[in-house]
Design a protein around this ligand. Structure first.
Ligand SMILES: Cc1cc2nc3c(=O)[nH]c(=O)nc-3n(C[C@H](O)[C@H](O)[C@H](O)COP(=O)(O)OP(=O)(O)OC[C@H]3O[C@@H](n4cnc5c(N)ncnc54)[C@H](O)[C@@H]3O)c2cc1C
Ligand code: SF4
Length: 499
């Protein structure tokens, strides 16, 4: 334990952020780094609990008190070794994870929790700065070849682990660069893309092969893959957006969030925003801009929040966000006690930049002008009934609350329903679960087809980056066991040589 009295001496402090007016001028990350002193104080707050509930909260089982202690002692190599033992990509989770570990931190019972996510980000960035992140190769190659389809965090984690196990891994990605939603979903102001490039370079040095513009089941023959590879990991994500099929949906000005966000990420990357390799259903023939428009974002989650931040950077006249559900409470209630992940009100950095947020609202109609261009939304307020354990269950429309508001751009950010069936899934004929995701148990990750495994959002449905990494790692272990009879992954006997 770093400092026994640390939690009494120091309170939680997060690093500074650039002023809103400055950060809205570009798409750069704006969260600053801690000073050495502040980082030391934040790590000192960890109490090294007898039962560290932070482990329970983290899907990766990150060994948090141990790395906090190493950070407190400025033992950077040790901190990095502890962190990478459970997480292949702390530079992603350290930036964009909702940090369920912090929700279950014991200190959080009566004080603000330890700033675990920021500490994690500092460990990996310091490790890169100090040259501690070195490519590592397996001592022995098994001769087994594995295809990973999809290069989001699940596919990347599976590929990194399977490569460490000694297999020869090729990652197939239909888009023009690896990263999945990290690259072409999450905006640069949350995760600059050089962070992904830096990791891909390490993975390439370690021996992982990336094949982009390779849409398996469309321009890459599935049978060729099945012939060439000993096992296949499906990690294609959950990419079909939930639609809002109300009158006027076809109006010019109503778009899926991903059409808007992906274009912006391509623009920032200096690429043609309309080049939308592989996601045919998302192709729109025009460049989308929120500039000079009243924008309404429909949907209150991460995707909606990213639309808010992007619309403000475009120069929207107004940005409004609607959520169907009622406004969550500011603090935990009896129905969400510590150490559960609480469904409380979250204000993202994009919300801080300016958004008019409304809850318990349904959109009834998109109203277009005579040229078919969106000009207004028809709305109604909702009254919710709750279950006995406090969950919103049913709603009725509030009589007399129907009204219209001006809106020239509506962005649908209501989540994703399932993976895309056309191409890969249909051709493979793999079994799906009740929700339309690829069916494979959380224990085995094996689909109903021999040699074919699935992980990440394609298996569990729309989720989080930390879950995708966790699934990729677990799935890799199951593939390794399937091919070799046992797996040394995550054991001390795994023999890797630093290059
Ligand atoms: C806008 C947005 C913001 C988000 N923000 C956050 C956040 O802040 N924090 C967080 O934790 N989570 C966030 N998420 C969720 C998170 O991004 C996902 O849960 C995570 O990326 C899922 O990882 P994955 O590897 O399973 O799939 P994905 O990241 O979706 O990657 C799948 C990849 O597979 C490729 N692919 C699909 N089919 C084929 C094929 N046939 N051939 C070749 N390639 C194929 C796709 O092109 C894609 O690159 C956000 C999601 C969105 C949409
Ligand atoms: S629960 Fe919080 S205080 Fe306890 S070990 Fe984990 S991070 Fe430290």
């Amino acid at each position: 334990m770093g400092k026994p009295t640390g939690f009494m001496e120091f309170t939680r402090e997060l690093p500074g952020k650039k002023a809103v007016a400055d950060r809205l001028k570009n798409y750069n990350e704006f969260v600053e780094r801690y000073s050495d002193n502040k980082l030391n104080h934040q790590a000192a707050r960890c109490m090294n609990c007898g039962v560290p509930f932070c482990h329970h909260g983290c899907p990766l089982g990150n060994v948090i008190p141990e790395f906090n202690d190493a950070v407190y002692r400025s033992s950077w190599e040790e901190a990095y070794d502890i962190l990478r033992s459970t997480n292949n990509f702390p530079e992603f989770t350290g930036r964009i994870c909702p940090a369920p570990c912090e929700s279950s931190c014991v200190l959080g019972i009566n004080q603000p929790p330890v700033a675990i996510e920021e500490i994690e980000k500092h460990i990996i960035e310091i490790a890169f700065d100090k040259g501690l992140v070195k490519a590592r190769k397996p001592n022995v190659r098994t001769g087994k070849k594995i295809a990973v389809i999809g290069s989001g965090p699940a596919g990347l984690a599976a590929a990194a682990q399977l490569n460490y196990a000694g297999h020869l891994v090729t990652v197939f990605e239909r888009d023009d660069a690896p990263g999945g939603l990290l690259r072409y979903g999450i905006p640069d102001f949350k995760l600059e893309k050089w962070v992904i490039d830096r990791r891909i370079k390490v993975m390439e040095e370690e021996g992982v092969v990336f094949r982009c513009h390779a849409n398996v089941g469309v321009n890459v023959n599935l049978n060729d893959i099945l012939r060439e590879f000993h096992a296949v990991v499906l990690a294609g994500g959950s990419t079909v957006p939930r639609n809002l099929e109300i009158p006027g949906r076809e109006s010019d000005g109503v778009y899926f969030a991903m059409q808007f966000l992906k274009q912006q990420n391509k623009r920032v990357a200096g690429k043609n925003p309309l080049s939308n390799a592989g996601i045919e259903s998302n192709i729109v023939g025009e460049e989308l801009s929120a500039k000079g428009k009243n924008v309404v974002v429909i949907g209150g989650g991460d995707t909606g929040s990213d639309c808010v931040g992007t619309s403000n950077r475009h120069g929207a006249i107004s940005v409004t966000q609607f959520e169907l559900l009622p406004k969550p409470p500011n603090d935990r209630t009896v129905f969400m006690p510590w150490p559960t992940y609480p469904m409380i009100l979250k204000t993202s950095s994009s919300h801080e930049e300016g958004a008019d947020r409304h809850w318990a609202i349904a959109t009834k109609e998109f109203i277009a002008d005579e040229n078919g261009r969106l000009k207004a939304l028809k709305l109604v307020d909702l009254e919710w009934k709750f279950t006995e354990d406090g969950r919103p269950a049913q709603f009725v429309e509030r009589a007399g609350s129907e009204r219209t508001i001006p809106c020239e751009m509506a962005l649908l950010a209501m989540g994703f329903t399932q993976p895309q069936f056309e191409g890969l899934i249909n051709e493979l004929g793999v079994e799906l679960d009740d929700r339309g995701n690829v069916k494979a148990s959380e224990k085995e990750y094996h689909t109903n087809i021999s040699r074919i495994f699935a992980c990440g959002d394609m298996r569990r449905g729309q989720s989080l980056v930390v879950w995708a990494i966790s699934e990729g790692r677990e799935c890799a272990r199951k593939v390794d066991e399937y091919l070799m009879g046992e797996s040394l992954l995550e054991s001390k006997d795994l023999n890797l040589i630093a290059l």
